[in-house]
Design a binder for this molecule. Structure first.
Ligand code: MN
Length: 724
């Protein structure tokens, strides 16, 4: 529909009316000016539907004024939100024409379009910067959500291919983001609309079934609610009660998650009571009334009033057994809580009347986004930032307790290490073990809501690289990574110092090229790896730099593939070196016996998979040899190149306080050995468990075992095949 004089007036009036109805203060002049400015700027543009483009900023401004009302500046910014991108105007002009505030918001929205469009991993750094800048003003986000919402509502006019892309992006990024900002209504509408374009069949199927069951549901819920209503009226409470709307996508998600049918999900009926008073105590009254009328199911009760969700959601959820044994979920909340649930930041603003910088709750909202990014160091791989950002968007939360009963909120699947870093980074750095509900558990144990967690620290403990594989919080990840990087750097520097000293000792001069040649010859990936090996005492520099003594040792003969194959066929002899760099011969270490340098080994040829290196006494290998052909090839360990191997130790002993600390100190104090995992359980006064460690060779492992045996309270320590 073209916009003539009459239509123009009508649209302008609608906007002004909505502003006056929903906003605390309205500068009519400013809104009128933005309206006119946007209309003129988009005069020659059209939407995919063919209608004048101005309808879009107009509708977005209406959403901002009506559905997530905040203030007039947001409405003005919404009217202008596409002006920079689509027309020739720039930030400066807007700033002159309107004001700095408006220009900043419009600018923020424009930039956000760019980053959200291709949220490629390579763009994560931009993503980071822009999110950081945009959260300076939450209004940028609100306008962006309104923009996306209108685009989703009018998606039918867009080509199918683009529909899918936009719908997917909305579901992956915008909906969880809206949820985080407490925009409950925007979230479910975005989800339902995305779902409609991504899987139209399922969408329509569920919609149809909801419709067909409506009468039946309504009848039942009326029967359920009528005694409740009677009681509420008796108590003279002011309230609104009704069936809670069901969202198509959430039904679908439940069906998939529980692998069940529509009927089973839809059986769960839901009622919501909204109290007009702002007194949370009334919610508990109502809870009492409902629990007297219907029997509650104990483990389905959730009190988000005492413990609000991180996005400030508050409500009581209780599930009761209604007539005919049907389960009904009842949500109880005040009007204010309801508005915050539906409109998040926007509602909050309304209740505060004016936005001031000192607004604690609003600050919290904005800060969680900042937190994620500001904790990240500049050098950190941008990929990981995005990954953990997305992670934090999607995750639900668990609530765990410190020994003193303080509540900590963590993302789902968090471990004791996450908890430790949540308490303090020093606790995280030194954390060596944990007790969950009084029992010692491995550090990668997944915590659950209600767990009480006690962290055991040791001043000799350091963060371990392997922790990165299980920690969930960004805080823990970035602290561990920071430590590991620093540590690696320190080791390299030490290695270089040792190297320089040795050169002096033998009065040698190595040019850069000489050094590179040596590094290559010794088969190290690069200088860093080489210096690391020196630092860890894994190569003997004296032997290398003083060639008179042990020349033959370093001259590992290069073995051509032909020779190798010949030897392989001959099934005898010895002294074949299997080395990762040998032309085309692929080998791996067998998982069943995980050999480490020093173990007698043998290669087993598997067609198509190369050579598997087993320990000569591997049971699995012996079994394989009983059936089938012998396809063995003699192999021997190459010179050490600093590779670390995982080996297991099984220990048994007397349980006593501080034992875990002692064990781990005993290990880490020897050659800086890293512990990969500890798994210890106790029964009565005994304990038994396994420790996985990183070692360079058999001698290293045996030394560790000897040390452990000498530790007081340990009765036995033996090697153990981790994967058996
Ligand atoms: Mn737009």
């Amino acid at each position: 529909m073209e916009i003539n004089e009459v239509k123009y007036r009508e649209m302008l009036n609608t906007i002004l009316e909505q502003c006056k109805a929903n906003l605390p203060r309205v500068s009519e002049d400013l809104v009128k000016k933005a309206f006119k400015f946007s209309f003129e700027a988009h005069k020659n543009d059209r939407r995919a539907s063919g209608e004048p483009y101005f309808y879009h900023p107009y509708e977005v401004a209406l959403i901002v004024a009506k559905e997530i009302p905040l203030d007039d500046i947001s409405v003005v910014a919404a009217l202008l939100h596409d002006v920079i991108e689509d027309t020739g105007f720039d930030h400066k002009l807007l700033s002159n024409e309107f004001n700095q505030e408006v220009a900043e918001i419009v600018n923020g929205v424009t930039k956000m379009s760019g980053i959200f469009e291709g949220h490629e991993i390579t763009q994560a750094e931009n993503y980071r910067k822009l999110l950081l800048s945009m959260v300076r003003d939450v209004r940028v986000i609100l306008v962006k959500f309104a923009d996306r919402l209108h685009n989703m509502r009018t998606l039918e006019f867009v080509p199918v291919q683009k529909q899918r892309r936009i719908a997917l992006e909305t579901l992956e990024i915008y909906a969880p983001f809206a949820n985080r900002f407490g925009l409950g209504r925007v979230k479910w509408e975005l989800e339902d609309l995305s779902f409609k374009y991504l899987d139209r069949d399922s969408y329509e199927n569920i919609a149809k079934q909801i419709k067909s069951k409506r009468k039946e549901r309504e009848a039942y819920l009326n029967k359920f609610m009528s005694p409740v209503i009677k009681q509420l009226d008796e108590y003279k409470l002011k309230y609104e009660i009704g069936a809670r709307p069901k969202h198509i996508y959430s039904i679908y998600r439940k069906m998939v998650k529980l692998n069940t049918t529509f009927e089973n999900i839809y059986d769960l009926l839901a009622v919501r009571v909204i109290l007009e008073s702002n007194d949370p105590n009334e919610c508990y009254y109502v809870l009492g009334i409902i629990n007297q009328l219907y029997k509650p199911i104990a483990d389905r009760f959730k009190d988000y009033i005492s413990i609000p969700k991180k996005n400030n959601y508050q409500s009581i959820h209780t599930t009761v057994i209604g007539q005919d044994g049907k389960l009904v979920e009842v949500q109880i909340r005040t009007r204010k809580m309801h508005e915050i649930a539906e409109r998040g930041v926007a509602a909050h603003w309304k209740y505060k009347e004016t936005y001031s910088g000192a607004d604690k709750e609003l600050e919290d909202w904005v800060n969680w986004v900042r937190e994620i990014f500001e904790n990240a160091s500049k050098n950190e791989a941008t990929k990981e930032i995005l990954a953990s950002f997305k992670l934090n968007l999607y995750q639900d939360e668990i609530y765990v307790f410190t020994p003193k009963g303080d509540l900590k909120r963590l993302p789902i699947n968090s471990t004791p290490v996450d908890f430790a870093f949540e308490i303090h980074s020093n606790v995280g750095y030194l954390c060596i073990g944990a007790k969950v509900n009084g029992k010692i558990v491995p550090l990668d144990t997944i915590l659950h809501s209600g767990d009480q967690v006690d962290i055991i620290t040791s001043k000799n403990q350091h963060p371990n690289k392997s922790w990165l594989q299980f920690v969930q919080t960004h805080k823990a990840k970035s602290a561990i990574r920071k430590y590991v990087n620093k540590e690696e750097e320190r080791i390299i520097i030490t290695g270089r110092e040792i190297w320089d000293k040795k050169l002096k000792k033998y009065k040698l001069i190595f040019s850069k090229d000489d050094l590179n040649r040596l590094v290559r010859k010794l088969k190290f990936e690069n200088q860093k790896v080489f210096f690391t090996a020196i630092s860890r005492n894994e190569i003997d520099l004296d032997k290398i730099l003083n060639p008179v003594e042990e020349k033959h040792e370093i001259e590992t003969p290069e073995i051509e593939y032909e020779t190798f194959a010949q030897l392989a066929r001959s099934d005898g002899g010895g002294g074949v070196l299997v080395d990762g760099e040998h032309k085309g011969i692929h080998y791996i270490f067998a998982k069943c016996c995980s050999p480490i340098p020093g173990d007698p080994i043998i290669g087993y040829i598997t067609i198509g998979e190369g050579i598997k290196i087993h320990r000569k006494d591997c049971n699995n290998l012996l079994n394989m040899l009983k059936h089938g052909e012998h396809k063995l090839v003699p192999v021997r360990w190459p010179n050490s190149n600093g590779t670390q191997f995982v080996a297991g130790i099984k220990i048994k002993g007397q349980d006593k306080p501080g034992l875990l600390t002692e064990i781990s100190n005993s290990i880490t104090n020897y050659k800086n050995t890293n512990i990969k995992a500890v798994n210890i359980s106790t029964s009565d006064s005994m304990f038994h468990g396994t420790i996985a460690v990183y070692v360079s060779d058999l001698e290293h492992l045996n030394r560790l075992i000897e040390r452990l045996k000498k530790t007081q309270g340990i009765y036995s320590a033996t090697r153990f095949d981790i994967n058996n």
